[in-house]
Design a protein around this ligand. Structure first.
Ligand code: SF4
Length: 407
């Protein structure tokens, strides 16, 4: 999933104890599965299908959400996957009215859109501005890297169009962050990627690694050689970030964690999910709910909604146009998956030195790589989780003079 909302949080939920669910803080809505471009590493099934969430479906979903006991005091609605801007702007104008009309007074609702930025125009910018929409853009760096994988359906380049969108956002002074997907090719260009973001005054960037999830099983980051290249890439990015102006999500979240840990050291609450109130936990049940254009719903990792596993009849927990969240939470399927995810986290806690900082990883990665939630290490752990932690810790050790000089 190309989203900036991944977290390093841990769950404290007890198996089968439904009082520990939620709070629901991130609702990911898929307004359409259709995408107007065709990146070759995309994991989404049905991205060629032209469909759209109806207003009626949206209203039923929100009625369910707003009346649920798991709703927190803040809710982010993230429009994501396929390309949210591929459907008419009028849909979002209507839903924005509905959100204002029906959201409970004790819940602050904000909207966010993750977009490939190829469709942004003046009308969209005015709408983003009017509704204070938070934007996440998908840009893989300079054109010779971005255009290698992010192609139009006819095989053409998309970078120039994306940069037109960036220019418009800047004209309207709309803030945005960027997700940059890393492939084996882009790992050879850390400075070019950092320079690109710095030069274009793009200040918040997160790196997602091309993964073997969903329909995309051709990931390029499996070999030890690639992992070595990734380590070098992140070391270089870390060095550049310390001297530059582009904030890198992976290091920023860890710094927040360490700052919080130092503050909280006295009460032994290291690793709790309150390390960053803007973080969401993929391992905490119902903290994130993902809903397809026809109302099918899933929780834990957003990617689960499009995945299949021989271990479970389905990874869709219900349909929010007809099932309440409480009904879903009481289903046998939900309890079974909750129990398996919890067991996987307990295994992580027992076996992995990184647990206090990681919290047990993403259930979707465990399922896609290991075939079960009841498991620990994945390629995702070795790269996206452990490498940034090692780099930051080694730097802190040097800074505080704790490096073992006899090594
Ligand atoms: S094994 Fe992976 S998912 Fe589990 S705690 Fe360690 S780094 Fe995290």
């Amino acid at each position: 999933m190309e989203s900036s909302e991944q977290s390093l949080s841990i769950t404290e939920c007890k198996d089968g104890d439904l009082t520990t669910l939620g709070p629901l803080e991130l609702l990911i809505l898929q307004p359409t599965s259709f995408c107007n471009i065709a990146c070759d590493y995309c994991y989404l099934p049905d991205r060629q299908l032209v469909n759209q969430m109806s207003l009626d479906t949206f209203s039923k979903i929100m009625k369910n959400i707003f009346s649920s006991n798991v709703l927190g005091s803040k809710l982010t609605i993230l429009w994501h996957a396929g390309e949210p801007l591929a459907i008419p702007i009028n849909f979002y104008k209507q839903v924005s009215k509905e959100i204002k009309r029906f959201s409970p007074q004790n819940c602050q609702v904000t909207q966010s859109i993750q977009t490939n930025a190829t469709i942004i125009n003046d009308d969209w910018c005015k709408f983003f501005k009017d509704e204070s929409i938070i934007l996440g853009l998908s840009i893989d760096g300079p054109d010779f890297i971005h255009d290698r994988h992010r192609k139009t359906r006819a095989g053409g380049n998309t970078h120039a169009k994306v940069m037109e969108g960036v220019k418009l956002l800047k004209k309207y002074e709309i803030k945005f962050n960027v997700i940059c997907v890393l492939t084996s090719f882009s790992l050879g260009y850390p400075d070019e990627i950092y320079d690109f973001f710095e030069k274009n005054d793009i200040r918040q960037v997160g790196f997602n690694i091309e993964e073997s999830e969903g329909i995309n099983t051709s990931d390029t980051l499996s070999s030890s050689e690639i992992r070595r290249k990734f380590r070098y890439f992140m070391e270089r990015i870390y060095k550049r970030e310390k001297e530059g102006h582009v904030q890198i999500r992976e290091f920023h979240k860890l710094r927040q964690y360490f700052t919080h840990s130092l503050q909280k050291a006295s009460d032994q609450r290291i690793g709790r999910c309150d390390i960053d109130t803007r973080s969401y936990s993929v391992s905490r049940p119902l903290n994130i709910i993902t809903v397809s254009s026809d109302g099918d719903a899933s929780t834990f990792s957003p990617e689960l909604l499009g995945m299949f596993s021989p271990e479970y009849p389905t990874l869709k927990f219900g349909n929010l146009t007809t099932d309440s969240i409480e009904t879903i939470a009481n289903s046998e399927l939900f309890k079974k998956i909750f129990s398996d995810v919890t067991e996987g986290i307990a295994m992580c806690k027992k076996e992995c030195d990184y647990f206090t900082m990681c919290g047990g990883g993403a259930p979707s990665n465990k399922l896609s790589e290991n075939g079960t939630f009841r498991s620990t290490f994945t390629k995702y752990c070795k790269t996206q989780l452990q490498v940034p932690i090692d780099i930051l810790l080694e730097d802190l050790e040097q800074e505080f003079g704790l490096t073992n000089k006899s090594k």
